[in-house]
Design a binder for this molecule. Structure first.
Ligand SMILES: *[C@@H]1O[C@H](CO)[C@@H](O)[C@H](O)[C@H]1NC(C)=O
Ligand SMILES: *[C@@H]1O[C@H](CO)[C@@H](O)[C@H](O)[C@H]1NC(C)=O
Ligand SMILES: *[C@@H]1O[C@H](CO)[C@@H](O)[C@H](O)[C@H]1NC(C)=O
Ligand SMILES: *[C@@H]1O[C@H](CO)[C@@H](O)[C@H](O)[C@H]1NC(C)=O
Ligand SMILES: *[C@@H]1O[C@H](CO)[C@@H](O)[C@H](O)[C@H]1NC(C)=O
Ligand SMILES: *[C@@H]1O[C@H](CO)[C@@H](O)[C@H](O)[C@H]1NC(C)=O
Ligand SMILES: *[C@@H]1O[C@H](CO)[C@@H](O)[C@H](O)[C@H]1NC(C)=O
Ligand SMILES: *[C@@H]1O[C@H](CO)[C@@H](O)[C@H](O)[C@H]1NC(C)=O
Ligand SMILES: *[C@@H]1O[C@H](CO)[C@@H](O)[C@H](O)[C@H]1NC(C)=O
Ligand SMILES: *[C@@H]1O[C@H](CO)[C@@H](O)[C@H](O)[C@H]1NC(C)=O
Ligand SMILES: *[C@@H]1O[C@H](CO)[C@@H](O)[C@H](O)[C@H]1NC(C)=O
Ligand SMILES: *[C@@H]1O[C@H](CO)[C@@H](O)[C@H](O)[C@H]1NC(C)=O
Length: 411
């Protein structure tokens, strides 16, 4: 294991030493992509291996580890253009291919997705495989890195999915390289950070960990509808921003309606709107009827996958938001916050919902949230006006009375 980390290049003395020690060889992959002006646009250097489990003809399972990429080619690797993000594509061995693609936001770029495919038709690598076909594993990673930083993760990262365990280590990657110069500013993965912060003697100002950028932009507004046998029964239009606080650090995610699926159900007394996406297992909004004449948002449940692979879940079924009369919709264009718990809140933008009595798939008249504030103000304003009138009437009365009185006195 140690020798892997020390032997970045194949064929070195250390590599031989590793063989003598009986370890399996491991090659670093390196890619220095240049654009048409011969300036570096993407740089990557990393190590990886894959353990694949497959079914054999006699219904038992075998595992095989692929760690030799000695004959790798990089066909299909690409700097990116106006329409497509950069991509690293690697082919090795007999029919293995590995691809990672990147996206760019305002101040960050993300490792978007990783694809790995293998062909069990190759009987030397997969002896006795029952199925002989190409399998592809796809992982949506969406790991953000500040623009102009090189990502480094010497520690081992493991992704486990559908019979394949992917191991990555000694990873260095920078997409969207600026001015042809690979950055010297490293953005470390959490595991590398803890590996270096074990050392500090005096806990003075911690070596400022570059915080992951949070999207400050408004989320895109999505339109969601739930149907039952009678047609559309629930409508919701809103931009959603999720705010998760963990270890005192808030991470903010915008929900992209383009990559979000909607399901749900409608009943006389409750209605459910369920959203899901690649990172969101589910995000439930449960509406209820109160006093037989109003509806409100009663419950929010969420379960989502965090960048590090763990799952964050929370439920609160004792909420009271988005209250409006049955037969109308609730609308709020300004930013509003639904506080689900101390660690989870949802910021909503350009909201309109109608969970009950939807007619012909259209919203009914809206109760606007600014009315929530007006509800407060209207009685006060009316009261103040009435008080004013009363005072005027009384004043007029007393002045009149006084004149009258004075009149009598004069005579
Ligand atoms: C990548 O290639 C370019 C052009 O060949 C070279 O100038 C640059 O030094 C290389 N960068 C690295 C990190 O190897
Ligand atoms: C694959 O990589 C992991 C992590 O470095 C290592 O523990 C394991 O021994 C490797 N397997 C092979 C067969 O090289
Ligand atoms: C199934 O195949 C494996 C490997 O080909 C062999 O080791 C094992 O004995 C076989 N089992 C049976 C029940 O035939
Ligand atoms: C990669 O591209 C080269 C040249 O274009 C070609 O000769 C080679 O067969 C390709 N390799 C693969 C695995 O497609
Ligand atoms: C990466 O690949 C996935 C799956 O093909 C695709 O949905 C996504 O849009 C790609 N991202 C980029 C930046 O091309
Ligand atoms: C498997 O490989 C054999 C020989 O290499 C080829 O004739 C056959 O078409 C392949 N089958 C599949 C499903 O790829
Ligand atoms: C790239 O070059 C431009 C103009 O020379 C400069 O303004 C900019 O700061 C450079 N960016 C980086 C990341 O070095
Ligand atoms: C459909 O509409 C009818 C008449 O309004 C009603 O009786 C029935 O319960 C509705 N069905 C569903 C699934 O909502
Ligand atoms: C996220 O939640 C934290 C803690 O409740 C709060 O301090 C922060 O302002 C919130 N950020 C956004 C963008 O809502
Ligand atoms: C969603 O799709 C629309 C139309 O295809 C497009 O204009 C918009 O940019 C997409 N939004 C995101 C966040 O991808
Ligand atoms: C939502 O969940 C369904 C069922 O679990 C799944 O098929 C679908 O792919 C998910 N949608 C997204 C965008 O991930
Ligand atoms: C993922 O990160 C969260 C918050 O930082 C932490 O509570 C959790 O233990 C981490 N999970 C794993 C598997 O590292």
């Amino acid at each position: 294991m140690v020798c892997f980390r020390l032997s970045p290049a194949p064929g070195s003395g250390l590599f031989l030493l590793c063989l003598v020690l009986g370890a399996v060889s491991s090659y670093a992959l390196e890619l220095n992509l240049t654009n048409s002006e011969k300036a570096t646009c993407l740089y990557a250097k990393w190590q990886m291996n894959f353990t694949i489990r497959y079914e054999t003809t006699n219904k038992t399972f075998k595992t095989v580890t692929i760690s030799d990429h000695g004959t790798a080619t990089y066909n299909g690797s690409f700097c990116g253009d106006d329409h497509n993000g950069p991509k690293i594509a690697v082919q090795f061995g007999s029919g293995f291919s590995w691809t990672v693609n990147f996206t760019k936001e305002l101040s960050a770029y993300s490792i978007d997705s990783i694809f790995f495919s293998y062909n069990t038709n190759d009987s030397t690598t997969f002896p006795d495989a029952k199925e002989k076909e190409v399998f592809t594993i796809y992982d949506r990673v969406t790991f953000p890195i500040p623009l102009n930083d090189i990502f480094r993760c010497n520690s081992l990262s493991t992704i486990e999915q559908n019979n394949v365990v992917q191991h990555y280590w000694d990873v260095h990657v920078q997409a969207f390289v600026q001015n042809g110069t690979v950055s010297t500013k490293e953005f470390l993965c959490d595991k590398d950070k803890t590996a270096t912060t074990v050392v500090p003697v005096i806990p003075t100002t911690a070596p400022a960990p570059t915080t992951t950028p949070t999207p400050k932009e408004k989320p895109e507004v999505g339109s969601y509808a739930v149907k039952n046998s009678n047609g559309t029964c629930l409508l919701a239009t809103m931009g959603l921003q999720l705010n998760i606080t963990q270890d005192k650090v808030a991470s903010v995610f915008n929900i992209n309606p383009n990559t979000t699926d909607v399901t749900g159900s409608c009943h006389p007394q409750t209605a459910l709107l369920r959203l899901n996406g690649s990172n969101i297992k589910y995000l439930d909004f449960v509406f209820a009827v109160k006093n037989e004449n109003r509806f409100y948002l009663k419950e929010v449940s969420v379960s989502m996958y965090l960048v590090n692979g763990s799952v964050f879940s929370i439920t609160n079924n004792n909420l009271s938001y988005w209250d409006a009369p049955l037969g109308s919709s609730y609308m709020c264009n300004k930013e509003q916050t639904v506080s689900v718990s101390g660690t989870f809140q949802i910021n909503t933008f350009d909201l309109r919902v109608q969970p009950f009595s939807v007619m012909e798939g259209k919203y009914s008249t809206a109760q606007d949230c600014s009315a929530d504030d007006d509800n407060f103000l209207v009685p006060i304003a009316v009261g103040a006006a009435l008080a004013g009138v009363l005072i005027l009437v009384l004043l007029a009365y007393f002045i009149g009375l006084k004149r009258h009185h004075a009149g009598y006195e004069q005579f």
